[in-house]
Design a protein around this ligand. Sequence first.
Ligand code: AP5
Length: 211
Amino acid sequence: MNLILLGMPGAGKGTQAEFIQKDFGLANISTGAMMREVSRSESELASKVQSYLSSGTLVPNEIIVEMLVERIQQDDCSNGFLLDGFPRNFDQGKALDNANISIDLVLYLNIKEEEIISRMSGRRVHLASGRSYHIVHNPPKKSGFDDITGEALIQREDDNPEVIKKRLSVYYNETEPLLEFYKNKNLKFIEIDASKPVDLVTDAIRQSISS
Ligand code: AP5
């Protein structure tokens, strides 16, 4: 099973990706996490990638597509993978087709924009693993610290109102049109109400994957 999670920034893709990975044994590939790792690395690309992340714009396709296609060739993807944050525009969607990477299921996490700000402002993340919490809706066991490693949680620098606005406009202009692209393909496309509490969204996703 190869699966794509589509949805607005803050819809809950990263949160649900963790459950899907655990329950179904799929490799969990987050291009946002990949890019944050590059931005913290010593590589030549680091500062370039950092500038896209902090402005809320997409990292150019020529940087991200090859990295993603290579990642999917790795052994842990042979039993299936889930993509969180890819594709983000038509060219990325077509790049998967061109690389003969087949997709079985697209889960669209649907949520209204009004809910996004509160989700993002309360988000805390464990940078190394990408695990994501919310101070009210999905708190860690010990406030401010990751459940698994006990390391400190941080607030993402792109979770500030100005950058969130930019990320939403990028979503509407570039990513939302992919919904039609995938609805018209020969694959399973399922819309999930992502405004519900985390566990109810997880249940809906489990059912969709198992059906
Ligand atoms: P990325 O990291 O992918 O960010 P995003 O798509 O903006 O999505 P988020 O991580 O913000 O949200 P999410 O849907 O994962 O929500 P989460 O589960 O954390 O991308 C960041 C940047 O990287 C981009 O701006 C771009 O620059 C670059 N990039 C990445 N991919 C790229 C690509 N393919 N091409 C080019 N550039 C790319 O949940 C949010 C909060 O809500 C959390 O606090 C969570 O605990 C809480 N929450 C989750 N579910 C619920 C619920 N059901 N009820 C209440 N609270 C909930």
